[in-house]
Design a protein around this ligand. Structure first.
Ligand code: CNA
Length: 254
């Protein structure tokens, strides 16, 4: 990022008091959690191993009910590494602490924003924190099924029903809270889009609608088809971006 862009973005963030953020898988790759669509992402790995009809099948409910193994393999690899928040997660928690953040919407299911200390987080694709039996509906804390998952098993309820973590699969509704902010977006003065290919609806639509009326910054390693809809596009590693901006903001506090 050149000096001019860095100063301009740091100034916009210093002046902002109602930042809305959308994060995607790219904010967690430096913690060791693979993204989906990036090179060597999870889709490619799981598709090759299981010969899936399409990589997205691991998040389709009918496929999951027939063959839950690929999905649980992904969950296992995510949990086995006990990932820690990245510098970018910590930067967002710091922005919230500074009173600058109005809402953080994450498409991620890895819970790293909470681990970093962020509080105003809307997990629009659900969470791995809890799980439910697909047959009787009983609810579980993830801790109750964690050992079975890490040992390579497929967790089942006492009723023998298949247990599914409470993350949103393709075709399922997002949490009601998400539709509330989608229909009536918060009054934002800056929009930050971080580490997302903007391919997944309705999360991407929420952000791009807001980008039509709000100054916006997209930080992503690769270009997306929606770059022209955003005010500033920065194609670089997110941790480096956040470190640069964090330093710049601390040089001249607001
Ligand atoms: P995606 O489609 O995989 O896109 C990720 C984007 O991040 C890509 O465009 C990459 O260029 C970019 N990227 C990767 N690493 C970096 C980096 N270090 N710095 C900057 N940019 C980077 O993922 P999206 O989030 O857009 O798609 C939404 C899906 C992905 C949601 O349903 C998530 O639940 C799902 N997902 C979540 C996780 C997680 O919880 N950590 C991991 C993988 C996928």
């Amino acid at each position: 990022m050149d000096e001019f862009t860095r100063e301009r973005i740091a100034r916009a963030m210093r002046q902002a008091t109602r930042i809305v953020v959308l994060t995607g898988a790219g904010i967690s790759t430096s913690a060791g959690i693979k993204d989906f669509r990036g090179k060597d992402g999870m889709y490619e790995i799981v598709r090759k191993r299981y010969n899936l009809p399409s990589p997205e099948a691991i998040f389709e409910i009918n496929f999951f009910m027939r063959q839950p193994e690929p999905f649980y393999e992904m969950v296992r690899s995510m949990f086995a590494m006990e990932a820690e928040p990245t510098l970018s997660h910590r930067f967002l928690a710091w922005l919230e602490e500074q009173g600058k953040m109005s809402l953080l919407v994450t498409q991620n299911i890895d819970m790293l924003h909470h681990k970093a200390g962020s509080k105003a987080v809307l997990e629009c694709h659900g969470t791995l924190r809890t799980a439910s039996c697909l047959t009787c509906g009983r609810s579980f804390e993830f801790a109750e099924i964690r050992a079975a998952v890490l040992a390579g098993g497929i967790p089942r309820c006492e009723c023998q029903g298949l247990i599914k973590p409470d993350i949103v699969f393709f075709g399922e509704s997002l949490p009601a809270e998400f539709y509330t902010v989608h229909l009536s977006p918060p009054d934002a003065d800056l929009l930050l889009l971080m580490g997302t290919s903007l391919n997944v609806q309705p999360a991407a639509g929420f952000a791009l609608n807001l980008a039509a009326t709000t100054e916006s910054i997209l930080v992503n390693r690769d270009p997306t088809p929606y770059d022209a809809m955003v005010t500033h596009v920065v194609n670089m590693d997110l941790d480096r971006f956040c470190q640069d901006i964090w330093e710049e903001m601390e040089k001249t506090p607001s």
